[in-house]
Design a protein around this ligand. Structure first.
Ligand code: SAH
Length: 223
């Protein structure tokens, strides 16, 4: 009997965690990056819960996008300086020889610099590669990508890995990226889970709205 009630209790807890994860996830995708920073600052436990949920989700995928970015960086000189926006548990920094600046809202690892990715403590044109691996979450995408543009050197690389179903109109998105000062270098749509995009910085963003810069929120289904 007690075995059965323990199992029931575990199942209930699992359900509750799932529900809280989906709720937090929805908040991250439907608010600005500043709202996200406020949310997690007020409730660090929510952040850890979010990460457990995130881990459970990506474990179902045949391949983690961060591993693709690791392979990409290993093919390029280790002298390149990298900024990892929304680094999570710092898998990227732990897997390459490059100097990687790790930014996230709460430190899952001592390597993390805690900040909102819309405003990172790096000087202008100081990095060679900027990475957003499943991390373009806030609604202020233009501001966030503008920050990546600011810290990147001219000709520097921007890597975006995002959930495939978030893209409404890929060509409109890539066109908007041109306006933000990024030329498309390569696009990999081969995984049905995520898209992997590589850009080069052509210059500062052109002022004005970039209407094509839209990503759907990534809302996970209840399982
Ligand atoms: N890049 C990691 C983690 C992806 S999960 C990986 O691929 O494994 C998305 C990460 O972005 C989370 O750790 C989340 O806390 C972070 N994030 C979301 N909004 C942020 C913001 N405004 N500033 C900094 N980090 C943010």
């Amino acid at each position: 009997r007690s075995g059965r009630s323990a199992a029931l209790r575990a199942r209930m807890e699992e359900r509750l965690l799932g529900a809280r994860f989906r709720y937090l996830n929805q908040q991250l995708y439907t608010g600005s990056s500043r709202d996200a920073a406020r949310l997690f600052r007020a409730d660090p436990a929510a952040f850890h819960l979010y990460h457990r949920g995130f881990e459970r989700q990506v474990r179902r995928w045949p391949e983690r996008p961060v591993q693709r970015i690791v392979r990409y960086l290993r093919r390029r000189p280790a002298s390149l300086v990298v900024a990892d926006f929304g680094c999570g548990d710092c898998t990227l920094a732990a897997s390459v020889r490059n100097h990687v600046h790790c930014f996230d809202l709460v430190p899952l690892s001592p390597r993390v610099t805690v900040c909102d990715m819309a405003k990172v403590p790096l000087s202008a044109e100081s990095v060679d590669v900027a990475v957003f691996c499943l991390a373009l979450m806030g609604t202020n995408l233009q501001e966030i990508l503008g920050e990546a543009n600011r810290v990147l050197k001219l000709g520097g690389t921007l890597i975006v890995a995002e959930v495939a179903s978030r893209f409404e109109d890929t060509s409109a998105f890539l066109k908007a990226m041109t306006q933000l000062g990024f030329r498309t270098v390569s696009k990999d749509f081969s995984s049905s889970y995520f898209y992997l995009l590589e850009f080069a910085k052509t210059g500062p963003p052109r002022p004005g709205p970039a209407p094509g810069l839209r990503l759907r929120p990534c809302l996970y289904k209840r399982r």
